[in-house]
Design a protein around this ligand. Structure first.
Ligand code: SME
Length: 145
């Protein structure tokens, strides 16, 4: 498990890299950069709301993610409640949508972009992978979009 200090270092480097990058597709750049920065992450991507569904936008992952998905999973709940959801064990979340059976914990951060509802979704292959550090830095990163 990453120490808090090392985790912060990784996020600080990521933010520097995002700020200095000219790539116009920020969602693509950010999902790839974050995915490649954390060993335990098996999915990092963005979904956006299309009526009763969520559609995949940019992502980096071990496996091809499911799309469209309903609003009854973790991503949908984060958007509907407009709340950050840090699920320490995905098996405890009723309605969790399994895209990759290796996913053990998941963090979803909803935000508005281009007049639409988006969610940054991150999955890890270890339980309890995410903490306040992830929430704070990922929220900062979303502000860079
Ligand atoms: N687990 C999510 C679905 C998206 S995947 O994790 C990539 C959910 O329950 O909404």
């Amino acid at each position: 498990m990453l120490s808090s200090k090392n985790k912060e270092k990784i996020y600080i480097k990521c933010i520097e890299s995002i700020r200095s990058n000219a790539e116009s597709n920020k969602l693509k750049f950010i999902s790839k950069l974050l995915f490649e920065s954390f060993d335990s992450w098996i999915f990092c991507g963005f979904y956006f709301q299309d009526n009763e569904n969520l559609l995949i936008s940019e992502y980096s992952a071990d496996k091809i993610p499911c799309s469209p998905i309903g609003l009854d999973g973790v991503c949908g709940a984060a958007i509907l409640k407009n709340e950050i959801l840090n699920i320490k064990d995905v098996n405890t979340f009723q309605g969790h949508i399994v895209c990759d059976e290796d996913s053990k914990s998941e963090l979803c951060i909803p935000f508005d972009f281009n007049g639409m509802k988006y969610v940054l979704d991150v999955d890890s292959n270890i339980y309890n992978a995410f903490c306040e550090i992830d929430v704070n830095y990922l929220a900062k990163i979303i502000k860079e979009i």
